[in-house]
Write a protein that binds this ligand. Structure first.
Ligand code: NAD
Length: 373
């Protein structure tokens, strides 16, 4: 028996005996302990009090070790309203001009940046300069140059940079990743990631290239990009891509409506992905190996995620993604825990490098080599 197969068989045997623990050991990482109310609490300031921040704020109410202790917004009425609702005193409410003063606030450990994509770069760098950890929404920035600058700024300031990749903590997703790492699907050959929705209001920032940085690829295609990496368990080495547009009035120059892209991995595995702003309910992952498959639909929405493998239904319970994410991030920031799938700035940067390459492939019609090391 070759040593790899031997290793995978041992892994599978230990997986059967210790299902949760081995999920994390399969990556060579430590297990993320379950949060308890006795653990130190991550005190977070939310920046950008819009739609997604509302969801995060509600989810934090069920967290065991995360609480909202600061707010940053350009709208005074929102600061007052959210401050009352979440018990944040006026002394911990800031606007976009004065939030650098957060450095003098001992009740804030981290800032969660939940603003339009184009603002992430400058805001994360200001957070780092204020000496606070940064959690940044996806996509981490508009391109890899910006992403690298954010990683460098956080390293220089000695603070952590995490990206809001909530799926990395979602139980059914983690189980499929565990099964793949344990060799239960055999050698992986193929991944399909299809992500899209029908976007409404044509005046929203998501359809403004200056604020969004692109179109569906930046916003929703990033789930297929990121998913292909954690589902296959390798880093892609090439990409090809094709763009199509049915509504050039709504989707202006530089705002992609639909992009098809293909990724090639060192083992020879391939991924075939689609991102779109013009198809309803498109949210599907499919992973196929020599011995088995996993199929998830919905695969990246707020849940419940549904899925099955060749061994049967995935039955892990649904927990609000952002509650799991924030308590896990408390452990990463305060205890130095290592999650099963990374959520740090380097992880966000790899996805930005792939996004850059997909846009180059669309523009040139040529295959782009990738070097994500
Ligand atoms: P949103 O439009 O609902 O909220 C954006 C907030 O930013 C608003 O409160 C707005 O007032 C504020 N803002 C500050 N400066 C602004 C400016 N110059 N122009 C426009 N708005 C400005 O958007 P959202 O859906 O909350 O998205 C925010 C971020 O969160 C995006 O990066 C998005 O990709 C990300 N997001 C992530 C998820 C996820 O599941 N992880 C889901 C939705 C959105």
């Amino acid at each position: 028996m070759n040593s790899r197969r031997d290793f995978l068989q041992k892994l599978a045997a230990s997986a059967a005996a210790l299902p949760f623990l081995s999920a994390h050991h399969a990556f060579g990482n430590t297990e993320l302990p379950h949060a308890t109310a006795q653990d130190p609490t991550l005190r977070v300031a939310l920046m950008g009090l819009g739609g997604y921040a509302s969801r995060v704020a509600e989810a934090i109410q069920s967290c065991k070790r995360t609480k909202i202790t600061g707010l940053i917004s350009g709208t005074p009425a929102k600061l007052a309203d959210w401050g009352t609702r979440f018990g944040v005193p006026e002394t911990s409410r800031y606007n976009y001009e004065n939030f650098d003063r957060i450095k003098d606030n001992p009740n804030i450990d981290a800032v969660y940046v939940i603003t339009p994509n184009a603002l992430h770069h400058d805001q994360v760098i200001r957070v780092a300069k204020a000496g606070k950890h940064a959690i940044c929404e996806k996509p981490m920035a508009l391109n890899a140059i910006e992403g690298q600058e954010m990683v460098d700024a956080c390293t220089k300031a000695g603070v952590k940079l995490l990206v809001g990749y909530r799926m990395h903590f979602e139980p059914k997703t983690v189980e499929v990743v565990r099964m793949r790492a344990a060799g239960e699907f055999g050698a992986i050959k193929f991944f399909q990631g299809q992500c899209g929705f029908r976007i409404g209001d044509p005046t929203q920032w998501r359809l403004d290239k200056d604020l969004a940085g692109g179109g569906a690829l930046m916003d929703i295609g990033v789930y297929a990009i990121n998913g292909s990496r954690y589902m296959i368990g390798e880093e892609p080495v090439w990409v090809t891509a094709q763009e199509t547009k049915t509504d050039p009035v709504k989707f202006k120059e530089g705002v992609d409506e639909t992009i098809l892209f293909q990724l090639g991995f060192p083992s020879g595995a391939v991924a075939s992905c689609l991102s779109t702003y013009s198809m309803g309910y498109l949210d599907r992952f499919f992973l196929n190996g020599e011995k088995g498959f996993a199929e998830m639909q919905p695969s990246t929405g707020y849940g419940p995620i549904k899925g099955r493998t060749n061994k049967g239904e995935l039955t892990q319970p649904h927990v609000t993604h952002q509650t799991l994410q924030m308590d896990a991030m408390a452990g990463i920031i305060l205890d130095g825990n290592t999650p099963p799938v990374p959520v740090d700035g380097h992880e966000g940067l790899k996805d930005l490098k792939i996004i850059d390459a997909i846009y180059r492939a669309c523009a040139t019609g040529t295959k782009q080599e990738l070097n994500l090391s």
